[in-house]
Design a protein around this ligand. Structure first.
Ligand code: ACM
Length: 345
């Protein structure tokens, strides 16, 4: 048999923050990734509604429902045996409402009325040494639990930087450092995070907004989650990029008008995912594509179906089969032929 994957990076992301997943369920997801030759599993541990990594450094922020470090380390070892690398994510400086309730001094800025996905007021971290020291302690714990993960994903998406523009301390910092706008302040924040993550021998993962200016470290791995255009923009800036546009690969999107789930990226089913193509990407851009990934963010069903994993499987399958096909072949397939294979014909 002559066969090999086109994409080195074949990923899936699970949102552990919005929805507590029993360990047993995480093992089932790992088995399914293994079956489909998916080799990266990003764990989104924090978001507005909960912090689910068992931090000793910030105990007040940690949700009552969380896994133990031992459980997580054992799970990572189980994944490793199956060729799956865990990418832990601690999403900062936005998407951190739950953290801000427990440690308001690290935030301290008034929310500006923007709504987070769960309807909470969004809130972002300050940019000062108390925040950097706290995140450093948190990353140290993450690095300890996942020694074999080469990356720590530090988030950086949907940061409400207008809060920074109203903060006197931030303005003073910007003046001292000669920064022209709050975009540069986010770059500064990200650069500090990169230095901390590097201390633990890891590389940084960021969502695509954090790489917009092109000035963060070129060694960072960028996750292009918005449109394919956003992926091409960060590729053009020179970043190795995981391609995961929501309109093809966000499996929390509903599959038809009548179903549950989000629709902000698109309403789409497996036929759309298998139709994904890199044809609009130049060879130069392709040289930096790490691979493809899907996400399952959970806020759309936490309130009704937190423990109903059938819904996750319903949303994920068979779209994940199409993701796997795109990742392995480097392109989608003709629908009729793919569908016949799906149906076992
Ligand atoms: C994201 O969906 N905000 C990464």
């Amino acid at each position: 048999i002559a066969d090999k994957p086109d994409s080195q990076w074949r990923g899936v992301m699970l949102d552990l923050a919005r929805c507590y997943h029993e360990m047993e369920h995480l093992y089932a997801v790992a088995d399914l990734c293994w079956l489909l030759k998916i080799n990266r599993l990003q764990l989104h541990f924090t978001d507005d509604c909960a912090v689910r990594f068992p931090f000793i450094s910030v105990p007040k922020a940690v949700s009552k429902k969380h896994h133990t470090k031992q459980e997580l380390a054992e799970f990572a070892a189980y994944c490793k045996e199956r060729g799956i690398v865990i990418v832990p994510e601690i999403d900062a400086p936005g998407h951190f409402w739950a953290f801000s309730k427990a440690y308001p001094a690290l935030f301290g800025l008034k929310p500006d009325g923007l709504q987070g996905a769960e309807g909470n007021l969004s809130s972002i971290m300050r940019v000062d040494s108390s925040v950097f020291d706290t995140l450093k302690a948190m990353y140290a714990e993450v690095a300890e639990v996942f020694p074999d993960s080469p990356w720590i994903h530090i988030g950086g998406d949907e940061v409400s930087t207008s809060q920074w523009s109203r903060c006197p301390d931030c303005k003073a910092l910007m003046e001292r450092e000669g920064m022209k706008d709050v975009g540069e302040l986010q770059d500064y924040f990200t650069a500090r995070m990169e230095r901390i993550v590097a201390k633990y021998g890891k590389r940084t993962g960021v969502w695509n907004e954090a790489a917009k200016s092109g000035s963060i470290d070129k060694g960072s791995l960028v996750y292009g989650w918005e449109r394919a255009k956003a992926c091409r923009e960060v590729l053009d800036k020179g970043y190795t990029t995981v391609v995961m546009p929501g309109e093809y690969f966000y499996f929390d999107m509903r599959q038809s008008q009548r179903e549950e789930g989000h629709d902000w990226a698109a309403i789409f089913d497996v036929r759309k995912t298998i139709g994904f193509s890199f044809e609009d990407f130049t060879p130069e851009q392709m040289s930096r594509v790490a691979g493809v990934q899907a996400s399952f963010f959970s806020e759309a069903y936490i309130s009704r179906r937190e423990y109903d994993y059938d819904f996750l499987y319903y949303q994920t399958y068979p779209r994940i089969c199409a993701l796997s096909e795109v990742a392995w072949r480097g392109e989608g397939a003709q629908w009729e032929e793919f569908n016949a294979r799906l149906l076992g014909a």
